[in-house]
Ligand binder design. Structure first.
Ligand code: SF4
Ligand code: SF4
Length: 316
């Protein structure tokens, strides 16, 4: 989890990779006296929402660009570049910090992420797609050919993998920032930590902790509302419970989630096996932390609490 993957004092494999790029950096600095660290932002299968979070740092963006040189960020670029876009999709590097959004869903993606890892000293994955396969990982539980035929007039034109997988399933990752989309304050903290050579201060506790801190009444205890707060990573400030709704887990798994207790509680709050599977698979379907839920939800169910109705449209 994040707390073990600080950008400072990075693991051995990342240190080796940094050494690989030192020679290139030295040559680059001789040619360019600008000594700001370089930042690159990459997109794979995703909606771009997490990249937009960087542009949403309106008050901090100018200050940030005084500290880092943004060398690759197609979402922010006005032109395609001289090659018409193909080379720009992969970049040349090396880059001090790469932010990667999106999941791996095509064979081309799987090749491109290897290249980007080679030219990146540090790699941070941002958002549910990059850290847990995203909504597109729902395909992992169905028949991709059937989906393709249902959606496209010419499915034979569509080349895609059977699964959508997180970036860490393909290359070593130095830090994973969760959320759909990510939180701008957490993103700024990760970038600032990189610039300072320290570990990002991203709490690994749950949404429940954030509810307590802001004084929000627990929606489960007070109203019997199903809520994934106990197993969901902090970062949003516990927005949904503050407005009387259950958390539906968009920030992905908290550290060491107690899924057995969570599933038992959801059953007591009236959720069926299908409801439980659906709510866990919405945004973070390929998360390894949530994977045991399928077996737990299939175990013999308790009798739903009297007077509690299950609304299949209600996420939590
Ligand atoms: S994690 Fe959510 S907001 Fe970010 S790119 Fe994926 S779908 Fe969009
Ligand atoms: S669903 Fe949960 S994690 Fe997502 S914004 Fe709401 S409270 Fe936060």
């Amino acid at each position: 989890m994040e707390s073990d993957r600080g950008l400072a004092g990075a693991p051995g494999r990342s240190t080796a990779r940094a050494a690989d790029t030192d020679l290139g950096d030295a040559a680059r600095r001789r040619a360019n006296p600008d000594r700001r660290p370089t930042l690159a932002v990459w997109k794979f299968a995703s909606c771009d929402g997490c990249q937009l979070t960087l542009l949403d740092c309106e008050d901090e963006l100018l200050g940030l660009t005084e500290q880092v040189r943004i060398e690759h960020f197609l979402e922010m670029s006005a032109t395609e570049g001289p090659s018409g876009g193909r080379a720009e999709l992969s970049g040349r590097g090396p880059y001090d910090l790469s932010l990667v959004e999106g999941s791996i869903t095509t064979a081309e993606d799987a090749e491109r992420i290897q290249h980007i890892r080679r030219i990146s000293r540090r790699m941070v994955t941002i958002g549910a797609c990059a850290t847990a396969g995203g909504i597109q990982a729902l395909r992992n539980f169905g028949d991709v050919d059937a989906f393709r035929a249902a959606v496209y007039a010419r499915p034979d034109y569509i080349a895609t993998l059977e699964t959508s997988t997180p970036i860490s399933a393909h290359v070593p990752v130095d830090f994973e920032l969760r959320g759909c989309p990510i939180d701008r304050r957490q993103l700024l903290e990760v970038i600032t930590a990189h610039l300072s050579g320290r570990k990002p201060q991203i709490p690994s506790h749950s949404v429940c902790f954030e509810c307590k801190r802001r004084g929000t009444t627990c929606v489960t205890v007070a109203h019997g509302t199903p809520c994934l707060g106990p197993v969901t990573h902090a970062g949003c400030g516990a927005i949904c419970p503050a407005y009387g709704r259950g958390c539906y887990g968009c920030f992905g798994p908290a550290e060491r989630p107690n899924l057995r207790s969570m599933v038992a509680q959801l059953r007591r709050d009236g959720m069926s096996e299908a409801d439980i599977l659906r709510v866990f698979r919405t945004f973070n379907a390929a998360s390894p932390e949530y994977a045991p839920v399928a077996d737990l939800a299939a175990e013999e169910q308790d009798t739903p609490r009297a007077g509690t109705e299950t609304d299949p449209e209600r996420p939590a």
